[in-house]
Ligand binder design. Structure first.
Ligand code: ATP
Ligand code: MG
Length: 289
């Protein structure tokens, strides 16, 4: 590793690894396929990738071993490292939930008073209990939290839940959410005082922004009659004013617009109703505002 290069730590093997690598590739960074190495240089950008366990990433970024890292907010808060959150990345979304035995009920968070709660996220849970003025005993375990109630060491658990299958398998059920997490890009606090690294980060962030913006947008194309143009413009939830192009038929126009992906199925009937034809929806790779 050299000076004047950014060092970005990502999870070596786990739920965030593939998405982190994909994001970097979509930013145009070229590097070898993942190997068992601790670090990989990026061929076309002054950046080295460091592959670490996610638990270690906040501290390595805090201490400047890495300048940047990609990690779940849950891990970041749990490790309580002094780093900056540079950007939320929108993947690795998950919820830290209270899970209770199938036969029991929990009507409100207050019912946790006096309970023993097993978790591998003691700091986040403690904050939650404190904020809600609940007094409960936190049993700190590092893994397989969901077996704690059946072992009799806790009344309920606080753990990351997605489908709830693991809970069901252990005769537990979802109760309520304590914390919502997604992956974040974190940075060392002194990073911006290094001019070269600051410039590299700016360049990288421009690319990330364009990838993240493109992910939720699509390019919509259609043919419309001149008469229906105004109505159709009103239907389209375009990010900017749409592009209108002439067609060989003087009564017809082509209309192109960038729209939020989730709006497409909401507006399709109205577009058809206004006589739009040849409707195409295309993916966007990058979107530079
Ligand atoms: P490591 O070996 O790097 O310590 P890990 O086993 O601690 O890995 P993973 O299970 O790979 O971690 O999860 C990494 C992160 O992915 C979690 O901290 C969380 O932010 C996020 N995540 C997203 N969905 C889920 C899920 N369904 N279960 C667990 N974590 C999830
Ligand atoms: Mg971990």
């Amino acid at each position: 590793m050299e000076n004047g290069k950014l060092k970005l730590a990502i999870q070596k093997k786990g739920r965030l690894s593939e998405k982190s690598l994909q994001l970097l590739r979509n930013c145009g960074l070229e590097f070898e396929n993942y190997s068992e190495r601790l670090f990989l240089p990026v061929r076309n950008f002054n950046l080295d990738l460091l592959f670490l366990r996610d638990d270690d990433i906040p501290e390595y970024v805090q201490d400047g071993v890495a300048d940047l890292g990609i990690v779940g907010e849950n891990v970041l808060l749990e490790k309580n490292a002094e780093v900056e959150i540079v950007k939320k990345l929108g993947f690795g979304r998950c919820q830290l939930m209270i899970g209770i035995p199938e036969a029991s009920t929990l009507n409100s968070a207050n019912d946790l008073n006096g309970k023993k709660i097993a978790t591998s996220h003691p700091r986040i849970l403690e904050n939650y209990l404190h904020k809600n003025k609940i007094s409960a005993k936190i049993i700190d375990i590092s893994g397989s939290v969901e077996i704690a109630p059946s072992l009799g060491i806790a009344d309920c658990i606080c753990d990351i839940v997605s489908t709830g299958n693991t809970l069901r398998f252990n005769k537990l059920k979802k109760s309520f959410t304590v914390f919502q997490s997604e992956s974040v890009l974190i940075g060392n606090k002194d990073l911006l005082s290094d001019h070269v690294k600051e410039q590299l980060l700016k360049k990288l962030l421009l690319r990330m922004d364009s990838v993240l913006a493109a992910r939720n947008s699509k390019y919509l194309m259609m043919n419309v009659s001149k008469d229906s143009l105004e109505n159709i413009k009103n239907i389209i939830p375009s990010l900017k004013s749409p592009t209108i192009l002439p067609l060989a038929d003087p009564e017809m126009l082509a209309l192109h617009a960038v729209i939020p992906t989730e709006k497409f199925w909401e507006i399709i009937d109205e577009l058809k109703h206004e006589g739009a034809s040849g409707i195409l929806l295309l993916p966007i790779e990058n979107l530079v505002p």
